[in-house]
Design a protein around this ligand. Structure first.
Ligand code: 2P0
Length: 309
């Protein structure tokens, strides 16, 4: 027997940064994202005499396999070991995290493989424990992940059809210098701005929900921008300040600001790496791409939720 699932990556417009409970993956902030069509993972689960994890056709080491095994334990009904094969279909050198699409696809495949038939809410709570942002990739389009409490922290889709696109600008193809899981832990422990971050995040979330309801792309972009920069500001106020933002990221940001002054819909967000994601719409995308011709870019539209294949 083999269960196969597909899930897409997502980019947050309101960021998840910090955990209230590290074991349960309870986030310190609610977050909101857009699932993207161009980046996805396909994962299969099949019977095996021991747990094996193959990522992008390479057998993973003991440490990575144990990490996955612990996640499989959340679904495992008997002592059945599994072989997990996962491939990330991300444009070459996208420099983007694949844990969201990866754990989301794995959850859907494990749900089927072990015959659980969990509903989306139960699945959301379990997926979160593989990687926080993965819980948002269970759904397509705009997705809200409520911080909740006592393990009740789930993602839900926001039903809204609107013209919104993201242009991912690759400024550096290399792996990020520090992984987000450990850095968000340090931020919560040390950042002088952390409390402010969580407070303003609540405000941004409410305003973002209204902006989406009103299909107001300018307001969506504006809130996403200030939210992302506040997340990055928390990193400037830890004991050894850390920058994901690189000189080339700033060049792209300056260009976006310039384009905006010319009346073009262009706002930016950044995650745990130097690449810049531009929030725009189909009308303004060609103009932006023209101006960014010196950069490698990926244009992404709204993608679907995770599915069993
Ligand atoms: C986000 N990031 O909301 C934020 C913005 C990175 C910057 O979610 O520890 O890989 O597995 O729960 O989900 C990346 O963090 O962390 C992330 P874990 P995850 O997209």
């Amino acid at each position: 027997m083999k269960s196969v699932a597909k899930a897409h990556a997502n980019i947050a417009l309101i960021k998840y940064w910090g955990k209230e409970d590290e074991q349960l993956f309870l986030p310190s902030t609610s977050s909101l994202s857009l699932t993207l069509d161009k980046l996805y993972t396909i994962t299969s689960v099949s019977e095996s005499d021991r747990d094996v994890f193959v990522l992008n056709r390479q057998i993973q080491n003991e440490k990575e396999t144990q990490k996955i095994s612990r996640f499989v334990d959340l679904f495992r009904t008997n002592n059945q070991s599994v072989k997990i094969e996962s491939i990330n279909y991300f444009p070459t050198a996208a420099g983007l995290a694949s844990s969201a699409s990866g754990y989301s696809a794995l959850s859907v495949a494990l749900n089927d493989f072990f015959g659980h038939h969990y509903d989306v809410e139960q699945l959301s709570m379990l997926t979160r424990r593989g990687s926080g942002s993965a819980t948002r990739s269970l759904f397509g389009g705009f997705v809200k992940w409520e911080k909740g409490s006592n393990d009740q922290s789930v993602a839900t889709p926001i039903e809204k059809e609107m013209d919104i696109e993201m242009i991912i600008v690759i400024v550096n193809e290399q792996q990020k210098k520090k992984d987000s899981r450990s850095l968000m832990k340090v931020t919560k422990e040390q950042s002088r701005y952390f409390e402010s971050w969580t407070q303003y995040n609540d405000i941004d979330m409410q305003e973002m929900l209204t902006a989406i309801e009103n299909e107001d792309i300018h307001q969506i972009g504006k809130i996403a921008e200030r939210n992302a920069m506040m997340m990055h500001a928390t990193l400037l106020a830890i004991e050894e300040p850390f920058f994901y933002i690189e000189p080339q990221s700033l060049e792209v940001i300056s260009l976006i600001q310039e384009l905006r002054q010319q009346g073009i819909v262009a706002y930016y967000t950044m995650d745990a790496g130097p690449n810049v994601k531009i929030i725009t719409n189909s009308q303004h995308r060609p103009l932006i791409l023209e101006r960014l011709s010196a950069y490698q870019t990926i244009v992404a539209q709204k993608g679907p939720g995770a599915t069993l294949l």
